[in-house]
Design a protein around this ligand. Structure first.
Ligand code: ATP
Length: 351
């Protein structure tokens, strides 16, 4: 029976132990048809093990994997409507690009004409027509990545699994390839699970991000929601830079000594908390300009980053604060400036 499209891929209470290590610990996640889920987290948190469980390369100790309503937990990998692209690409070095793409289709014993058609379709999809007769060593890193992707998509899998798909590329190539990858995934509309430890990759490729820590899911949500409303410090710090201050809540009042802040508190916390503000939510105030909260600070550094300028400032109590501002806001080290922020820039996290 076809499942609800919102639950096209169901990961249901998956646990995988290696001896005493709970590599994956009771993880449940749903991926909607055509969506991309990114598993994000530090090394060893269980991302690859979970991906391999979906592929059928690991058997879970508990839980089920369902694809479009069908329980595939006990199905061997090659029978699953799933394909996985490995970080190393695992291309066959002695075969041409076209034969690499055709390989899985030949194993499936599809008619020759179908295989030819499918290979042409994949070459066009990955903009590889000009390279069909080359061997992998005659390609650039980005081109090899596209061959691996074309090969993984050739069998028209219902679920595509990508393990650190851009991990083998250098920084500049990563950005360009990420855009191409995202375009290809959108065009194919395949349901996709991507493992990455690169937050930028997760923010740009994912419809949903699952932040993993020690085998468990710490937070699931859209990239925007996780960036804006992280559940804790570790999750907040995964995404970009963050100013953190000690604060406390007494009744309805929030106090933050570093920012000389006393305000009516949002509900939901009590006692010691951690107050977080992203550097881009702080403004350097010009004469007469105001915000909900303001503070005076001394400029320690002023680094030009091209599209922005990063200021490192010292507050009255000597704690540091980073402000990401317009590149034209040039301030001299040692200068005293006023900074400000609005209520909605403040996030309270568990201490
Ligand atoms: P990375 O980003 O470094 O690839 P990861 O988040 O993908 O890490 P996993 O490879 O899933 O993490 O590993 C999760 C935990 O399970 C780790 O503690 C790892 O040492 C352990 N582990 C993984 N595979 C095995 C195995 N075959 N035998 C024993 N322990 C394993």
């Amino acid at each position: 029976m076809a499942a609800d499209p919102a639950e096209f891929l169901r990961i249901e209470g998956i646990t995988r132990r290696f001896g005493s290590v709970h590599a994956v610990d009771a993880v449940s996640l749903d991926v909607a048809r055509g969506d991309t889920l990114c598993l994000l987290g530090p090394s060893g948190c269980g991302k690859s093990t979970l991906l391999r469980t979906i592929a059928g390369l690991e058997l879970p100790d508990a839980g089920r994997i369902l694809i479009d309503g069908e329980d595939v937990t006990a199905m061997p990998p090659h029978e699953r409507p799933v394909n996985m692209m490995f970080q190393s690409y695992a291309l066959f070095p002695h075969m041409t690009v076209a034969r690499n793409i055709a390989f899985g289709l030949e194993r499936q014993r599809l008619p020759r004409a179908t295989i030819r058609e499918r290979v042409d379709e994949m070459l066009a999809l990955a903009s590889l027509q000009a390279f069909a007769d080359r061997k992998p060593h005659q390609l650039s890193g980005g081109q090899r990545q596209r061959v691996a992707l074309a090969r993984a998509l050739a069998r028209h899998p219902r679920v595509l699994l990508l393990d650190e798909p851009l991990g083998a590329l250098d920084r500049q190539l990563r950005e360009r390839t990420r855009i191409e990858l995202s375009a290809i995934l959108d065009r194919v509309g395949v349901t996709c699970v991507i493992v990455t430890h690169d937050q930028e990759e997760a923010l740009t490729l994912a419809d949903t991000i699952a932040v993993m820590r020690a085998g468990r899911v710490a937070q699931v949500g859209t990239p925007d929601a996780i960036y804006e409303m992280p559940v804790d410090r570790e999750t907040a710090e995964l995404f970009g830079s963050l100013n953190l201050f000690t604060a406390s809540l007494h009744g309805e009042q929030l106090h933050c000594p570093a920012l000389d802040l006393g305000m009516e508190a949002p509900t939901g916390h009590q006692g010691d908390v951690c107050l977080a503000i992203r550097p881009e939510r702080l403004a350097v105030l010009r004469e007469g300009e105001t915000r909900d909260h303001e503070a005076t600070a001394i400029v320690e550094r002023c680094d030009f980053l091209g599209a922005s300028r990063l200021l490192l400032l010292r507050l009255g109590d000597q704690s540091g604060i980073r402000v990401l501002t317009d590149p034209r806001n040039r301030v001299a080290p040692g200068a005293e400036i006023r900074i400000g922020f609005d209520h909605d820039a403040i996030r309270l996290l568990p201490a």
